[in-house]
Design a protein around this ligand. Structure first.
Ligand SMILES: *Cc1c(COP(=O)(O)O)cnc(C)c1O
Length: 226
């Protein structure tokens, strides 16, 4: 299937659900991104700062670029002027850095806090206790150049659907709990970013509002020689 065909198939599937599509274009060339752009897709996700910046410079300016991967503090400055949403904010230190760069650029940068929902040790994110402690702290009042617009989570990479579903439904419950418990400036909980090519159908059933889909649209990634 072509990029256009795959995109249209996924769009049709998402029609009438709560989920918006982030097309994950990491490692993919600009001509494929332009094909998706020509087919009407405007929201793209990348997970490497350098690649994101290189693409943003040359591709159409109405594209909304989402940073979806692990973000290092010393690289925030490169994306701060234009990034539409940062999905994987996993420490308070990183959030402070984003705030600093937001201020420099005279803008408020929307962020999702990444929650550790998977059984695997390797996935980044806040624990539930950490997030509650942070949302109750005075520190949040000082971060006037960020807006926390939701949560992001990655499920365990497993074929056990019941496990994936329970991780996603746990994230949705946490979202509902936080939304009803904390009313703070800089806190505007709207989005739950969950679901990738392998598990987005389950994520959508569990009320994801943003699915991050790469290989199903653009084909498998080739990391050889990189
Ligand atoms: C690569 C990536 C995706 C997309 O993965 P696919 O399996 O290709 O859909 C989603 N989220 C994050 C954080 C990623 O790094």
């Amino acid at each position: 299937m072509s990029v256009t065909e795959s995109l249209n198939t996924i769009r049709k599937e998402l029609e009438g659900t709560s989920a918006k599509l982030v097309a994950v274009s990491k490692t993919k060339p600009n001509d494929l991104i332009m094909e998706a752009n020509d087919a009407g897709q405007r929201v793209f996700g990348e997970n490497k700062v350098q690649e994101l910046v290189e693409k943003q410079v040359v591709l159409p300016k109405d594209i909304e670029w989402h940073m979806i991967g692990h973000l290092q503090r010393n690289k925030v400055k490169y994306i701060a002027p234009f990034v539409h949403l940062i999905h994987g904010v996993d420490t308070v230190k990183l959030l402070k850095e984003i705030n600093k760069e937001g201020k420099k650029n005279d803008r408020v940068i929307p962020c999702l806090l990444q929650i550790h929902i998977a059984a695997e040790e390797t996935k980044f994110g806040f624990s539930i206790n950490e997030i509650e402690e942070f949302l109750a702290s005075d520190l949040l009042d000082e971060l006037t150049s960020i807006s926390i617009v939701g949560l992001m989570g990655m499920a365990t990479n497993t074929t056990d659907e019941a496990q994936v579903r329970s991780e996603f439904s746990g994230l949705k419950s946490l979202f509902d709990h936080l939304k009803s418990t904390y009313s703070r400036p800089q806190l505007d909980l709207k989005d739950i970013s969950m679901g990738m090519s392998g598990d987005y159908r389950i994520a959508v059933e569990e009320r994801s509002t943003m699915v991050r889909i790469g290989s199903t649209i653009f084909g498998a990634r080739d990391y050889s020689g990189k």
